[in-house]
Design a protein around this ligand. Structure first.
Ligand code: SAM
Length: 414
């Protein structure tokens, strides 16, 4: 059922309580991962997707929160292990964790948002004590089948206290692409405070605001990505909770991410990389209103160019399909008003999504086999963050004369 706009004209920062200045409004949007069955068509809820920057602590954030139970429920369809690049990425992190970070006897690793066990499997295989925490029962079942110990719940103060009571303090708390998804982020930091050992670290990685703005990755803005982190805003947020940002490293995944390391204030030296990051962000003015307004203008230009291109291809009788029914695609399709008249179907390898319809615009999601049956003239790549992996896999499409359409950093044919 559609709901009306509930935007607060004077939106307050979820970190520091100061006022948030909106810089872009995508209008009413469905839940990004809310893929619907035929029976559910027309029963979706919509919310206003707009994004602003805190005038005090500079945290970029959504102005309206979708309840966590709507976003992350038992049947949440995203599965981390669908990408070989992401499997390699997390295996390599687990390797460095096991060999460089966990030096004490019988260490404990806790992961917030462990999903299908993509990272913890290696920790479990090494016989190291671990706990994954994730409210998605279906994803947790996949993880458990790999031997990963998972608690199906939200990480917050109460679950952190329960884990500490049962297992003792955690040496490392890890989280990937989850911390920025939690609007009540204070509940996570309070939980980390309860659970983390005195000299432990809270390591998390998330998409980086600097890349999103510089490369026009506007489709990284959707309900789950409540915060878009910069190094400066993370440092300020950490300090409010008694933690210090002691390291920050760039990662190539998801179009550009950063791995942050927090420790209890004064417990570890700060790596000089942090200062370099802060200087760079300041020099580029990544949270300045002028920069963010320009980003908004670029988003509008991309919408215009993409719709013009797709209409032109349709007029020329070309066959275009979507590749990757990503959460990001929900923002693109609904903001641009692209439906089945321009994209008749989207191919996706996630079994949970196949046979459903995309949120809002209701494009059918079909299995990967349908991609070459027959090959389309063009494929609009929504999973651009896995472009190299996909290009390598789909060489036959290009050999058959097919061409890829990308819409970031600008609309172009690859
Ligand atoms: N870490 C994986 C990765 O990087 O691919 C999964 C990321 S997925 C986008 C986010 C995951 O966080 C989902 O599996 C979701 O169920 C889980 N999640 C959301 N809120 C959570 C919370 N408060 N505590 C623990 N897990 C949470």
């Amino acid at each position: 059922m559609a709901t009306g706009p509930t935007h607060e004209p004077d939106c307050r920062c979820r970190i520091c309580g100061s006022s948030v200045r909106e810089f872009f409004d995508f209008g009413m949007q469905p839940v990004a991962n809310g893929f619907v069955s035929e029976e559910q068509l027309g029963q979706e809820s919509f919310f206003r997707l707009s994004v602003g920057v805190c005038t005090n602590c500079t945290m970029v954030q959504l102005t309206q929160e979708v309840p966590r139970s709507t976003l992350f429920h038992a049947d949440y369809p995203y599965r981390s292990s669908g990408s070989a690049i992401m499997r390699e990425h997390f295996e390599s992190f687990a390797h460095s964790l096991l060999h460089e970070e966990l030096s004490g006897p019988d260490p404990l690793v806790v992961e917030i948002g462990s999903n299908d066990g993509i990272m913890l499997k290696k920790v479990s295989d090494a016989g190291v004590r671990h706990v994954g925490v994730d409210p998605s029962a279906a994803a947790a079942k996949v993880a458990a089948a790999k031997g990963v110990n998972v608690r199906v719940e939200f990480f917050e103060e109460s679950s952190a206290a329960a884990i500490r009571d049962e297992y003792g303090p955690a040496d490392v708390i890890f989280s990937a692409n989850t911390f920025s998804h939690i609007a009540d982020i204070g509940s996570v930091l309070n939980g980390v405070d309860i659970l983390l050992a005195g000299d432990g670290t809270f390591v998390f990685e998330d998409r980086y605001l600097g890349d999103i703005v510089a490369k026009n990755y506007f489709d990284q803005i959707y309900d789950e990505h409540f915060y878009l982190f910069s190094v400066a805003s993370v440092r300020t947020m950490a300090a409010r909770h008694g933690f210090e940002l002691v390291d920050a490293t760039r990662l190539p995944v998801h179009g550009g991410s950063v791995r942050y390391v927090l420790a209890r204030a004064g417990s570890r030296p700060t790596h000089p990389r942090v200062e370099l990051f802060l200087r760079d962000e300041d020099g580029n003015g990544i949270t300045a209103m002028e920069t963010l307004t320009r980003f908004g203008e670029n988003i509008d230009r991309i919408r215009h160019d993409l719709v013009t291109l797709l209409r032109d291809l349709r007029a020329r009788g070309k066959h275009v399909v979507g590749y990757g029914a990503t959460s990001k695609s929900t923002t693109v399709l609904n903001y641009c008003g692209i439906g089945t008249e321009l994209i008749p179907r989207i191919c996706d390898s996630t079994p949970e999504k196949q046979g459903t319809f995309t949120p809002g615009v209701h494009i059918p999601v079909t299995p990967p086999e349908t991609f070459h049956d027959p090959f389309p003239d063009y494929a609009l790549l929504f999973a651009w963050n896995h472009a190299e992996e996909i290009f390598e896999k789909e060489t036959e499409f290009v050999r058959n004369g097919g061409e890829w359409i990308l819409y970031v950093p600008r609309v172009h044919i690859h």
